[in-house]
Design a protein around this ligand. Structure first.
Ligand SMILES: N[C@@H](CCC(=O)N[C@@H](CS)C(=O)NCC(=O)O)C(=O)O
Length: 308
């Protein structure tokens, strides 16, 4: 199976654009595709409508897995309602920002916007040692990875860029340049690497990483990373592993039998077929994947929590 397409549901806490545009979005494996994560987070965070197609690196060479998307050859890519094919994460982000001027994808204030743009562009083009030596793997939290000098230099550069953004923009909350925006989505997989490889960073950088790990959109992506797709050998590293350093999910488990409190799936409204238990209560979803992503991190899913 080369790809799967979903009429997917937006879950994000953010504002919703009034334009009513729908996009096609194609992504790679949740566990490993750091670029896909950036685009998906923007769609999720800003409640943008999308038809989602998933491919897995397990199934072959990426361009061969997306024949309908030529000349785009990497994930993520989007197709706009008028048929434009947009690859390159930064171009996707810029296109979304242009098409949804009512959403704070970039900060409105010129100084913050310029600062955010600069940091996101540097992320898109740089930090090659960190990206190369610490490939994102959201299924693992390594405890004894020894960063090279090149990775340490990337981390020092990140600290400088993040501290500068914060000093220039004086954000109220944890995000770099004000409200959560493109610049933060761009650094989310970096936060995943710092967490996943236990990389040493300053107190202020760690606070920014922790904000990502606690962010509901990040947690939804990571929950999907736990349950969708195979473990890929090419991402295997034999370092020691420990507990994920993000918030501990509320305990829940999949069950085969029981009487659910809900008849309709909280995500689709379809009849319940797959069950889970939390706090001694039984709930149901209309397919195993939605059940399993919920079990992995129940509090990340507002539609489920609304039932609870
Ligand atoms: N510069 C691209 C990079 C995208 C990219 O390299 N994506 C990887 C997956 S995370 C991919 O599609 N690789 C396919 C390949 O190298 O053939 C962007 O910003 O989106």
């Amino acid at each position: 199976m080369a790809s799967r397409t979903f009429a997917d549901f937006a879950h994000g806490p953010g504002p919703r654009s009034i334009t009513g545009m729908t996009y096609d979005l194609i992504i790679g494996d949740y566990a490993y595709s750091s670029w896909s994560m950036r685009a998906w987070l923007l769609f999720d965070r800003f409640n943008l409508d999308r038809r989602l197609t998933e491919i897995s690196f397990a199934d072959g060479h990426v361009p061969d897995l997306m024949p309908d998307w030529a000349p785009a050859k990497t994930v993520p890519s989007i197709r706009t309602s008028e048929g434009a094919l947009v690859g390159e994460s930064l171009a996707i982000a810029e296109e979304l920002a242009s098409r949804h001027p009512d959403l704070p994808l970039w900060p409105a204030a010129p100084l913050a916007r310029a600062t955010a743009r600069t940091a996101a562009a540097e992320m898109h083009a740089g930090f090659t040692a960190l990206r190369g030596e610490c490939p994102m793997n959201l299924r693992k939290a390594y405890t004894d990875f020894a960063p090279s000098n090149a990775v340490l230099a990337d981390l020092r550069r990140l600290e400088l860029v993040w501290d500068h953004a914060r000093a220039a923009c004086a954000p109220d909350g944890p995000w770099l340049c004000g409200e959560y925006g493109i610049v933060d989505a761009f650094f989310a997989p970096v936060a995943a690497r710092i967490a996943g490889y236990a990389l040493p960073v300053s107190t202020s950088a760690q606070a920014y990483v922790d904000a990502h790990l606690a962010d509901p959109s990040f947690r939804r992506w990571r929950a999907l990373a736990q349950v969708v797709g195979a473990d890929l050998e090419r991402y295997r590293r034999d370092y020691a592993t420990g507990a994920w350093p993000g918030p501990t999910p509320r305990a829940a488990k999949a069950v085969d039998s029981g009487t659910p409190e809900n008849n309709a799936c909280p995500y689709s409204g379809k009849p319940v077929t797959h069950l889970m238990k939390m706090d001694g209560r039984t709930f149901g979803m209309c397919n195993p994947r939605c059940r399993d992503k919920t079990v992995t991190d129940p509090e990340a899913w507002p539609q489920f929590m609304a039932l609870v």
